[in-house]
Design a protein around this ligand. Structure first.
Ligand code: MN
Ligand code: MN
Length: 316
């Protein structure tokens, strides 16, 4: 029986008490945990609308609505796994490379404690230092990446680090096994056809948003199995969803996934050996009615439930 249960919302109203992710206990450090949820309030890597520095607090607040049983996966993830909110990384708001060092150290400490890092960004540049820590422990990983964008550009205004480059850098640094990477939800105008060349050359599989609409969720779930064959990282950019479902983000692209599709696809990850994940690019200042923070909270719950279901729904 897990001692790491969320606060019981039938005893303590869900709008009461300091907010933590999914009303879980706050822990200092990840010792003894299976999954450590880590906030990373940094948006120094954005190229357009800012705001994800405010996302961990917003997701904590709106995750108060999460209930502890998953009726589709038939799992009580907090009975199976010891999960806690381990607080935020103290980023350097003025310096991306210093922040990367702090993030890599914090995620490395979680992995050192043999817990799975569950990171709530923050902008997508943060996936690079997270992957540096993950690859140091597990070697090059496969990845299922939900996004409107490949995030494999070379640079922006001469900067090699921003939220449009993390996965190019990760391939270059040998953190990803690109033949076990699949990107889902890609769409929207780019600068030129050549923008897709890097991923193609390295054998990255792309499932465009148009393919999701035309070929359906079961087909996409099959494509995601390309990540099999070793440890898998999951990176979830909320702009993979249509702005109708996730308006609170920095670089919205029309024609994206619905919430229903996104949840169904995430559930399709059951059985993959997930060693870490992130949910990024929520921008609360652009999030009317907190729609996107609520979505991110639910994606967080889905991913924890997927990991619990992958362990047979039973505590270790
Ligand atoms: Mn992204
Ligand atoms: Mn994106």
């Amino acid at each position: 029986m897990s001692t790491h249960r969320p606060a019981d919302s039938l005893q303590s109203p869900r709008f009461a008490q300091p907010a933590t992710f999914m009303r879980l206990p706050h822990h200092r450090g990840a010792a003894g945990l299976d999954v450590a949820i880590l906030g990373i309030p940094f948006d120094g890597g954005v190229s357009y609308r800012p705001g994800p520095r405010f996302a961990p607090r917003a997701v904590r607040e709106h995750s108060s609505l999460i209930r502890p049983y998953h009726p589709v996966l038939r799992v009580s993830p907090f009975e199976v796994l010891k999960v806690a909110d381990v607080g935020d990384v103290d980023v350097n708001p003025m310096n991306i490379e210093d922040t990367f060092g702090r993030v890599e150290a914090a995620v490395g400490a979680v992995l050192e404690a043999a817990a799975i890092p569950a990171c709530v960004g923050g902008d997508h540049s943060l996936s690079l230092p997270i992957l540096r820590a993950v690859a140091r422990r597990h070697g090059p990983v496969g990845m299922v990446h939900f996004d409107a964008h490949q995030d494999m550009w070379e640079q922006y205004f001469g900067n090699r680090y921003f939220h449009g480059t993390p996965f190019r850098r990760a391939v270059e640094e040998g953190l990803l096994d690109p033949r076990r990477v699949v990107q889902v939800g890609i769409r929207g105008p780019v600068y030129a056809e050549g923008d897709f060349e890097f991923g193609q050359r390295h054998g990255v599989r792309v499932v465009r948003a148009e393919d999701v609409a035309e070929r359906g969720v079961p087909w996409v779930r099959e494509q995601m199995q390309v990540a099999r064959g070793g440890p898998v990282y999951v990176s979830f950019d909320v702009d993979s969803l249509d702005p109708a479902f996730a308006p609170g983000t920095g670089t919205p692209e029309v024609g994206g996934l619905t919430s229903r599709e996104a949840l169904a696809l995430v559930r399709g990850l059951v059985g993959l050996p997930i060693v870490g994940f992130d949910v990024v690019e929520v921008s609360p200042p652009y999030d009317p009615a907190h729609i996107t923070a609520l979505l991110a909270a639910n994606v967080l719950f889905e991913l924890v439930a997927v990991i619990a279901a992958g362990r047979g729904g039973q505590p270790r």
